[in-house]
Design a protein around this ligand. Structure first.
Ligand SMILES: NC(=O)c1ccc[n+]([C@@H]2O[C@H](COP(=O)([O-])OP(=O)(O)OC[C@H]3O[C@@H](n4cnc5c(N)ncnc54)[C@H](OP(=O)(O)O)[C@@H]3O)[C@@H](O)[C@H]2O)c1
Length: 303
């Protein structure tokens, strides 16, 4: 049997590294394309002959083409959360996404999975959300049979989401909430999203499809904070803070090299991040998504 090769752009990232492992579990051979191949060799070790690490900047057309040579499929799990220099939301989420799709077509790659996010919308007033939406349109315009993956906010014990909430709840007896805490969230376990991507690439259907990957339960932001606090045995006072205040704070903090909060994160917290019941999701891929509580228990036990 021929082993099919999938190139994973962003294969060293929070989601991408799990996509690599799940693709290997499904017996794909994997080429990890990132700007730091030594990092991926450090992550996955040198022992698996079906794993290669190559250096490729998604802005470099030649490097993208080389990384795609001979591939059956490609996953774009590249992210950018804060703009700096030539790394803008437009250059990464629109131009580079389209470049990858164009080169994939040229190289005869059969399946492209493009990772975007729930809520991506080319008409949004938020620059970040608009560029995610424009990126989806650009990729779809180039590859009519693209698999779009829109995850909800993702968690795992080493994530930047629950870890931050738990750390802040432990330190702050009064916890400042985004707005009145009403935004609805449906956190998805990152391993479930990675498995969804691997299964989507295995499907034999070749028409365009969008999977919205949300976890088993929808929380209001306040309810989620209370669930985390409960698991950790904490009783914080949750203080509503208007979004305008968060925006002002984030625009100042974005001047730091690693800002703890950015305007795009604030904008994402202003709209519900919940999968649409009309869209295919985990169910269509035969996955029963894990709840947040199991991970929370693990995190609380670990410290
Ligand atoms: N995390 C979440 O909760 C969440 C929720 C919804 C959607 N998403 C989406 O899921 C995708 C993956 O997010 P993530 O959180 O896993 O991101 P991440 O941990 O920040 O990883 C980003 C990856 O992109 C690579 N990368 C960045 N710039 C690159 C460039 N110019 N050329 C090549 N590779 C580049 C990085 O590798 P190098 O730096 O080594 O090059 C890294 O492997 C993104 O589309 C994100 O918007 C994430």
């Amino acid at each position: 049997m021929t082993i099919r090769l999938v190139t994973v752009f962003g294969g060293t990232g929070f989601l991408g590294r799990r996509v690599v492992m799940h693709l290997r579990k499904h017996e794909f051979s994997v080429r990890i394309a990132s700007r730091h191949p030594a990092r991926s060799r450090g992550l996955f070790g040198p022992d698996d002959p079906q794993l290669q690490s190559v250096e490729a900047d998604i802005h470099d057309q030649r490097a993208v083409a080389d990384a795609l040579a001979g591939a059956y499929g490609v996953v774009n799990a590249v992210s950018l959360y804060v703009e700096h220099g030539r790394e803008t939301f437009h250059s990464v989420h629109v131009e580079a996404a389209q470049r990858l799709a164009t080169q994939a077509r040229r190289a005869g790659v059969e399946r492209l999975a493009h990772v975007s996010g729930i809520g991506a919308d080319a008409a949004s007033p938020s620059l970040y959300i608009r560029k995610r939406g424009e990126g989806e349109l650009a990729v779809r315009g180039t590859c009519a049979d693209v698999i779009l993956i829109r995850p909800a906010v993702m968690f795992r014990p080493d994530d930047a989401f629950l870890t931050t909430i738990l750390g802040l709840l432990r330190r702050l007896p009064i916890y400042p909430m985004f707005g009145r805490g009403l935004t609805r969230l449906q956190p998805a376990y990152v391993e479930d999203v990675a498995e969804a991507i691997a299964r989507a690439l295995q499907r034999t259907e070749t028409h365009a499809v969008t999977f919205e990957c949300g976890g088993p339960r929808v929380y209001s932001y306040e309810d989620l904070l209370r669930a985390v606090a409960r698991e950790a045995g904490l009783k914080p006072i949750l203080l509503p803070v208007p979004f305008a205040v968060w925006h002002a704070l984030a625009s100042v903090l974005e001047m730091l090299p690693s800002p703890p909060i950015t305007r795009n994160q604030v904008e994402l917290m202003q709209i519900d991040n919940v999968s649409s019941p009309q869209m295919p999701g985990f169910g269509e891929l035969g996955i029963s998504p894990q709840p947040v509580e199991d991970t929370l228990r693990q995190m609380v036990r670990a410290c």
